[in-house]
Design a binder for this molecule. Structure first.
Ligand code: G6P
Ligand code: ZN
Length: 543
């Protein structure tokens, strides 16, 4: 066995974002780019000698090639055991579960989540820690620091590992263990949810379409929904993971999952529509004629989670990212449990979950999950909704209407302006920041500003402080606008505008969010001049 030590130089821009390092695939494929970053991870986490690591990704283009390099580098770094999903596949939540279940030191997850794949698409790599969750800010800072002074990396000079055959093989002094990526995850889901009740619902004629978008959840959804729960064959569509996601954009939002949204709005709609993203951590849930916003989904799950067998003891607390609507806050208040507001990014839930302060968390970006793993979990959310419907014997539309009647409705939408000139976006944000003192009391498009700030967060567990997490503007009548720059884009800047308004009156709870939020949308434009500054007629994506 030969360990090659390859001389290298620091490469600019290897700074992990909201969820690891995410770049154009062509950038990742440059000689040494991946290797530099992987070595920086190994060094940044204090070395992996003697450790167990979990490795897998969402199957996108370059996934298999990258995994080979990672395995050879991990073996060269002295790792003892490398647990790899068969074919190099792991959904992100399943990888999180395996890290926890097997007591691994951590894992390397290859994904650019909901971004398109392929040679022209995106690629990504992140490190998850022993708790199964994305590396903390302190660890990613350490990794980034290593990318800036790296001088060499080590890699084994051996033949590629066969990722297709289950079982153990030697790789230098390390053992590579190829596992079924679905098995452990399916066991966990069966522990949390009442499979018999859900199976009975399917047997009774309940219909569903789950769109796996040719991404990582396909095999999981097939095995669990059709295999174990008896949903008819064909319930899961686009089930085969493809390196380019079939040319699609594996983001289950109303634009990229338009076919599903259209179906659910049509007379042919099944009882439930659902979809997940590239790496299986996001979800959308749609009732017949009743799309559920992710913020509402979190609130509705919080109100009914005790109906699922893994949650009968109730919730210790809930957490949502700052831009997520306040709908869940109202449920928490009624349940008498704490509700935490964190920066965007699942990693910020890790400490709260580890400390037992929260059981359930969610984000407006189509993420919901619980303390069962340390990632958001698309299929988990779908199973939770199935379980709730099975127990309540109500449709999603009925559950939604009942929720709004009890708690009021928080109208919510997000407007994204993608690939904006980064300098223009920065000036827009800075201009808003200079007005925090003068804005309160002023009228904007008929609404009066009550407060304005830049969100910063002090972690209640470790005291770490994270600043500059999004500009919040509150109005006297309860509306809120948030401006934030995406941390996951790979082209210019993506400006996200999050808009919400609370409506207590059940009689006004129905209707279209864009209409209900028209005044807030106008106020956001007047405050920021976003359209004028970018020369855009409107947002690229509306969720
Ligand atoms: C990833 C993270 C999420 C986060 C989302 C936001 O998906 O896992 O936790 O909410 O990115 O992305 P953004 O583009 O808004 O930074
Ligand atoms: Zn994802």
């Amino acid at each position: 066995m030969t360990v090659n030590t390859v001389a290298t130089q620091p490469i600019d821009g290897q700074k992990p974002g909201t969820s690891g390092l995410r770049k154009k695939t062509s950038v990742f494929m440059q000689p040494g780019y991946l290797e530099n970053y992987v070595q920086a991870i190994f060094d940044g986490v204090g070395g992996v000698a003697g450790k167990t690591l979990v490795v897998g990704g969402d199957g996108r283009f370059f996934n298999d090639t990258a995994i080979q390099a990672i395995l050879k580098m991990a073996a060269a770094a002295g790792a003892a055991r490398l647990i790899v999903g068969q074919g190099g596949l792991f959904s992100t939540p399943a990888a999180s579960n395996v890290i926890r279940k097997r007591g691994a030191f951590g894992g390397l997850i290859l994904s650019a989540s909901h971004n398109p794949g392929g040679p022209e698409g995106d690629f990504g790599l992140k490190f998850n820690m022993a708790n199964g969750g994305p590396a903390s800010e302190a660890v990613t800072a350490e990794i980034f620091a290593r990318t800036k002074d790296i001088a060499s990396y080590k890699i084994l000079d051996v033949a590629d590992v066969d990722l297709g055959t289950l079982g153990e093989t030697a790789l230098g002094d390390a053992v590579v263990e190829i596992v079924d990526p679905v098995a452990d995850y399916a066991v966990l889901m069966e522990e949390l949810f009442d499979f018999d009740a859900i199976a009975a619902m399917f047997a009774g004629g309940f219909t569903m379409r789950f769109d796996a978008m040719h991404a990582a959840t396909g095999p999981y959804a097939k095995a669990i929904l059709e295999g174990r729960l008896g949903a008819p064959a064909g319930t899961v569509v686009n089930a085969v993971p493809l390196p380019d996601f079939g040319g699609g954009h594996p983001d289950p939002n109303p634009i990229y999952a338009a076919e599903l949204y259209d179906l659910m709005a049509s007379p042919e709609a099944p009882d439930m529509g659902a979809a997940s993203d590239g790496d299986g951590d996001r979800n959308v849930v749609i009732g017949r004629g009743a799309p559920v916003t992710p913020s509402d989904s979190l609130a509705m799950i919080a109100a009914s989670a005790h109906l699922a067998k893994g949650y009968t003891r109730g919730l210790a607390g809930v957490a949502r990212s700052m831009p997520t609507s306040g709908a869940v806050d109202r449920v928490a208040e009624k349940l008498g449990i704490p509700c935490f507001e964190t920066p965007t990014g699942w990693k910020f839930f890790g400490n709260l979950l580890d400390a037992g302060k929260v059981t359930l968390c969610g984000e407006e970006s189509a993420g919901t999950g619980s303390d069962h793993v340390r990632e958001k979990d698309g299929l988990w959310a779908v199973l939770m909704w199935l379980n709730i419907q099975a127990v309540r014997q109500q449709t999603i539309a009925e559950i939604q209407a009942a929720h709004w009647a009890e708690f009021g409705r928080t109208f919510y939408t997000r407007h994204d302006y993608e690939a904006v000139d980064a300098a223009v976006a920065a000036v827009l944000m800075n201009d808003l920041r200079t007005r925090f003192d003068t804005l309160p009391g002023t009228d904007v498009a008929g609404l009066t500003v009550s407060a304005a700030d830049d969100f910063s967060y002090t972690d209640p567990v470790d005291g770490s402080v994270t600043t500059g997490q999004g500009i919040r503007i509150y109005f006297e009548t309860g509306e809120r606008v948030v401006f934030r720059l995406s941390g996951t884009g790979t082209e210019g800047a993506t400006v996200r505008v999050y808009l919400e308004k609370f409506e207590e009156d059940a009689a006004k709870a129905g209707g279209d969010a864009q209409e209900a939020l028209a005044a807030v949308i106008a106020a956001a434009e007047e405050l920021s001049g976003l359209k004028a500054r970018t020369g855009r007629a409107g947002p690229d994506v509306v969720t």
